[in-house]
Design a protein around this ligand. Structure first.
Ligand code: ASP
Length: 304
């Protein structure tokens, strides 16, 4: 139960809800650990929540074994299409890109819209916008790894390894960010929940949420907003997160989310086998969890 005492700053990150990642536990844990260490330094020196969430997601986009940016899951035609979104809780500014094929860091392109009139850009226009934000423009093949080529043959239709971050900064502001290559073998043009504000990502003055899982169900339940709304109505993050995932489950789908409230309390529930995740908050040590096949999935509140 949340004591109401503010424990900020705080951060939580995820590397996607899905199946066990045999043999990848260690490198994924190392990546998440590094991201948390750096996020902690940034938050302690007073960086704002958006900068830290974008930093965390951008770093995970560069990591081969997570499904965002370089190493993204492949569409049915063997190419990569990426999407990302970010939301600033203090004023509900939001930025998002979908169907991006060249921007090395989709989340940085999304962040470049936070102070623009538009919230969401798609396709070529989003890639051009990314260049105008100083994001490196890469050929689509840059993002395609041998591992994802193999996986397209063996396990099309699987979701997993989308990345996300939620932050509470020293000044009490919240932010959420999410980035993905989508579902393996998705038809080109398919867009999931990750770039959709209210579905895959949400931040307001009470809560920040980043979702992962079968995107269509997160869209159809407005999952991220649903969880945040419950927190606004005084639910704990544990209950809010669990209820949002119950709605997703009622549509026959699975996934997970990370949710952080304005006092720095985190919940990281999931209904899949695994969801690599980590959290840090002021006065505590960073904690990283990578579920292994011989372990029961951890549900509900972790750490803290
Ligand atoms: N939610 C993402 C999508 O539907 C996939 C994932 O989280 O792994 O595109």
């Amino acid at each position: 139960v949340d004591s109401g005492i503010v424990h900020g700053p705080a951060v939580a990150i995820h590397g996607g809800a899905g199946g066990y990642r045999e043999g990848l536990g260690e490198p994924i844990a190392a990546c998440l650990g590094e991201v948390l260490d750096r996020a902690r330094l940034m938050l302690e020196r007073g960086d704002d929540a958006v900068s830290v969430a974008v930093y965390a997601v951008s770093t995970m986009e560069s990591f081969e074994f997570l499904n965002a940016g370089y190493g993204s899951a492949l569409c049915s035609d063997g190419t990569v299409e990426m999407s990302a979104s970010v939301m600033r809780g203090s004023d509900r500014a939001a930025g998002a890109v979908a169907g991006v094929r060249h921007a090395e860091h989709p989340i940085r392109a999304a962040a470049g819209l936070l102070d623009a009139r538009e919230v969401l850009l798609i396709g070529e226009a989003a890639d051009r916008h990314a260049v105008s934000c100083g994001v490196e423009h890469r050929p689509n093949e840059f993002f395609v790894t041998a591992r994802q080529r193999d996986r397209l043959r063996s396990s099309a239709g699987e979701h997993g390894a989308t990345v996300g971050a939620v932050c509470l900064d020293l000044h009490g502001a919240l932010a959420a960010a999410t980035s993905t290559g989508g579902v393996r073998g998705q038809p080109p043009g398919r867009v999931g929940d990750s770039p959709l504000v209210g579905a895959g990502t949400w931040a307001d003055q009470n809560a920040a949420v980043s979702c992962t899982g079968e995107g269509e169900a997160f869209i159809r339940t407005g999952a991220a907003h649903c969880a945040a709304r419950l927190v606004a109505d005084r639910a704990s993050v544990e209950i809010a997160g669990a209820k949002a995932l119950e709605e997703v489950a009622a549509l026959g789908a699975s996934g997970g989310l990370i949710i952080l409230n304005s006092t720095g309390t985190v919940a990281m529930p999931f209904t899949t086998q695994a969801m690599p995740r980590g959290t840090w908050r002021a006065g505590e040590q960073p904690e990283v969890f990578v579920d292994e096949p011989n372990q029961r999935p951890v549900q509900g509140r972790v750490g803290g």
